[in-house]
Design a protein around this ligand. Structure first.
Ligand code: ATP
Length: 242
């Protein structure tokens, strides 16, 4: 069943077209990688689907509700309750500890301090970084920071996780570890994932790949770019076995 539905999305920055009529459907629980060359519109598409950016034309529907013409307040409420976002640079608040960073979305949602901290610690544990719970981001490694950012994105148990190059700033090992965790945790929770990447290795974790080219959908399917990498085969095999 479709959870995210977009039709005819268009977006330009001044005279530069970024999206030129993108239509797509993403099912409940699907893990989709949006790929394509630099500048093809991946981030613009992600931001439009997540209600961060208003498209110039076209429609975005989330679970049957039209999203693109909501007020900024309504969109921001929806983002807080239904969506989690994870960017290349986690964007943790430097003055707050890891646990405080992860608790923040829960506090904003009205949960008590005690409950928010307990839930934050559970998610830090799931992401394998409970040991840095009381450290400031600057006292931890890039990989640990990105895992904390992932915990913060997932702590509200969002229906959709939007991730833009989440491993882009990490070394290969830290990137693989984060992707492995994200893939396992989101599948366990039934979270839909929309992940932007230009790396075939990363796209290999997805159920399906949507390839953009010059602001349009070029193709969609599993390994459609011919990225039949070891990672793709391994992940597909793991999925079959799961
Ligand atoms: N804030 C902005 N102002 C002006 N032009 C922009 C802005 N953001 C994106 N663009 C342009 O829109 C087009 C699509 O950009 P977008 O960032 O969506 O692509 P991308 O595929 O995510 O790129 P990359 O892989 O390099 O991050 C590009 O031509 C880009 O230069």
């Amino acid at each position: 069943m479709t959870l995210l539905h977009a039709r005819g999305l268009e977006k330009s920055y001044g005279r530069t077209p970024a999206l030129r009529g993108v239509s797509l459907d993403i099912a409940h629980g699907e893990f989709v990688a949006v790929t394509g060359p630099s500048g093809c519109g991946k981030s613009t598409l992600l931001h439009s689907l997540a209600g961060i950016l208003a498209p110039d034309a076209g429609e975005v529907h989330f679970d049957g509700r039209r999203l693109d013409d909501l007020t900024e307040d309504a969109r921001s409420r929806l983002r807080r309750t239904e969506f989690g976002v994870l960017f290349q640079f986690g964007g943790l608040v430097a003055e707050l500890t890891a646990a405080e960073n992860v608790a923040l979305p829960l506090l904003l949602g009205g949960r008590s301090r005690r409950e928010a901290r307990t839930t934050a610690l559970t998610w830090l544990e799931r992401l394998g970084v409970a040991d840095v719970a009381d450290s400031l981001p600057g006292e931890t490694s890039g990989g640990q920071q990105q895992r904390c950012a992932a915990a913060r994105a997932l702590v509200t148990e969002p229906r959709v996780l939007f991730a833009d190059e989440p491993t882009g700033a990490l070394d290969a090992l830290a990137g693989e570890q984060l992707l492995g965790l994200l893939s396992r945790l989101t599948r366990e929770q039934g979270t839909t994932v929309v992940l932007v990447t230009h790396e075939p290795r990363v796209a290999g974790y997805a159920d399906r790949e949507i390839v953009l080219r010059d602001g349009e959908v070029d193709s969609t399917g599993l390994g459609v770019t011919g990225f039949d990498t070891a990672a793709t085969r391994l992940t597909a095999g793991n999925r079959g076995a799961a």
